[in-house]
Structures are given as C-alpha cells and as structure tokens.
Ligand binder design. Sequence first.
Ligand SMILES: [Cu+2]
Length: 205
Amino acid sequence: MNTTKAMIAATATFATCAAGAQTWPQFENPMVHVMIAFDGTDLTAHTDSTPLAMINYGDMHTAPADVLDGKYISSQYGFLADGFITLPQDAAIWIEMTSASAGIEAYEGGMRMMRQNHTYAPMFGTAGSDAAWKWGGTMHHPWFAAANEGSYSMVVNLYIGDAATGAPLSGFGSESVTLSWQTVPAPASAALFGLGGLVVSRRRR
Ligand SMILES: [Cu+2]
C-alpha cells in the first residue's frame, strides 16, 4: 500500500467512526399528518384515528435526543398546513395538550429527515413544559414517547392565540384532535423470531 492509499484508508476509517458515534432516533412508518386549515374565522384540524405503532428500538441516543433513550417512540404524527394559511396580525396557531394518558411524553421534532437538528425540548406538558405550544406553520413531527408498553392517547386543542402569550383570541374557531398509539414489540424481538424461523426451516431440509 503506498502512502496516499494508506492516508485515504485512514481517513475513511476515521469518518466512519465519527458518523457511527452518533445515534439519532429511528423512524420507519409513514407520516400521518394532522392537517390544519384556517379560513380567516374557523380553524379545522383532522387526522387518521387509527392508533399508531410506538416502537422501542432499545437505542441510546446522541444528546439532546437522549431524552428518548430506551423508550417506545413514534414520530409518525406531524402538524401540516392544509393549504395556505393567513393569520390575523400578532396571532399564531397554538396547539395545547388538554388531556393525555399517564406516561405519554412529547418532545419537539421537526421534519423527520432533520432529526439531528431537532431540539428534543419537552412540550405538551412533558417535564413541566407549557401545555400549549406555538406551531411555526411548517411540517412538524414531534417525538412522542413512553417508557412502558401499553396504549396511549393525547388530546390536543388547536386554536388562534396571541403570538407572544398564547392567550386564546376570541372570535375564532378551535378544534380538538385525538392522537393515539399502541406499543409494539421491538424490532430486535422480531429479528429473533425471524432467526428462529430460519433455524427451523434449515432443520426441515
Ligand atoms: Cu410530515
């Protein structure tokens, strides 16, 4: 191996190690959007009511995503504008958690592909955060998480509020949406089942 090739090999190894040192939360299932529309008076929001899978990959994540370590997670739900939205002056669309199952947690996300740039800051009342969260108008997939297996739900109310304080502004409609999840066995377990099947099929041959 000449010197140039050795250097390239060393650089490639170093780059691989650096990339491997970061672990961001996984996602695999398709996006499910909460479609938000506002016609100047009425705010409407709707989404699929089927509970979504919440999966525990058993991963330890790079900070600040370490708030999701070892938990069942889902980033399938995303808040998305259903058409062009023009807001009243100094107003914003706020999304407030009004009720939730015990044990459900929420953290700020964004576009799923941008997970290395998400803040993972607690939201919707998680860890003492405000129940109301100001939506910026772009597609936002929060990270929902739970430490234990089970069925979870969260009701969020979408309303027009003061852009600075979140205080509801009168004269505008609001709408509540129920988000729900069901934990499913970790992929690692599924992989083990798959291996078991492979062993059995080999023995049958
Ligand atoms: Cu999306």
